[in-house]
Design a protein around this ligand. Sequence first.
Ligand code: GLN
Length: 441
Amino acid sequence: MNAIEETKRINDEYNFFNEICEVKPSGKGKLSGYYVSVKDCIVVKDVESRSGSAILSGYKPVFDATVVKMIKEEGGTIIGKTAQDEFGFGSFSVNVGKGMKIPLNPIDKERSCGGSSGGAAGFTKKAPFKHIAIAESTGGSIVCPASFCGVYGLCPTYGLVSRYGLMDYASSLDKIGVMAKRIDEIALGLSVIAGHDEKDATSATAKKEDYGLQLSKGVKGMKIGIIKESLGKGTDREISKKVMEKIKVLEEKGVTIKEVPLPLNAKYSLAAYYLIAMCEASTNLAKYCGMRYGKHAELKGGFDEYFSSVRSANFGDEVKRRIIMGTFARMTGFRDAYYIKALKARTMMIEEYRKAFMEFDALISPTMPVIAPKFSEIKKMSPLQNYMMDILGVGPNLAGMPHISCPAGEKEGMPIGIMVTGNQFEEGKIIRIAKALENGQ
Ligand code: GLN
């Protein structure tokens, strides 16, 4: 069976893809021989790209996202668009667009893959050939599913990887990153997609690096902080225990470990994140009005009527909830109380991280407070309980700090993830730490 047929076979069982394709490379290089899956929200020329939403049905982009172009130039073959929560709105990949299928956890089909990059993580675990996944995180969508599926997932510093060709969720938070079975493949993938892009106004001007060179550097002499609140009562005790055991591996390799409190993050990160993310999403989604991309309807009535009918019919419930809440929080009269306040809190939390990084090389916590939940458990959760799942992941996303989830053992046969957060543009350091943790397994 060739790779595409195998991908189709796996997909029939697990729903990891919204679309399977075979886009051949345009050059030869570091990714020759690799198959690359791309999250649905990142455009691939001529391949239906929907960001997991029915409103984009039939939309075939006329250009490649910069990351896709870079992958093709380095020899990677694109094999499809991976399943996700609609526009990235979720932590379990259950908020899929109308008519789309929910990806199933590769280890236990009754459980979630995590989200929103659920298909990417699930397929990374299962792929029987050389594969890396290109995923996206606004507030934890790379590390959460990586943790639930037992693979590596790295979300880089905001601006390190071009967002050109990414369908926006919240522009000040969105980052494209990599998932893979092994840490050397993470370093490889990141080395290909990182770099300045003049097509993205927020692209950083950092010099292109070969992150593979970091793998042999070791961790001796580093100082790492364990985030105190992350091991508190909100986190499953077994997970905290496993993470502490894993940290011993680093101590044995000459790392100094100390507890560090991040009280502002613990208290305000979720509230600030969801306010900012929803406000930005509610404006970013205005372009899906049945005029330019995807679904159209019969032109009837005034613009408002037409616009509302297309959106009512094609957006899922979570999308509608976020547009309504985001619009409310930035309306005249409420803006200062919610949106502006959330931005101020964000600045204070960034400051808290900055201080921590004056003392530490990196920070460590569990990635998620629980193992992958069963679909039957998710059904019972309220929207707020859903949002609470992101408590450990939203901090580094608000601060634009690079973070990686690494496999750290199991509970009830399900994977646990340990998260390493670095200071901005210190991807090299977190890759070194992840390598030390990998060897310690
Ligand atoms: N769970 C978060 C949310 O729903 C994260 C999503 C993401 O990073 N795309 O907003």
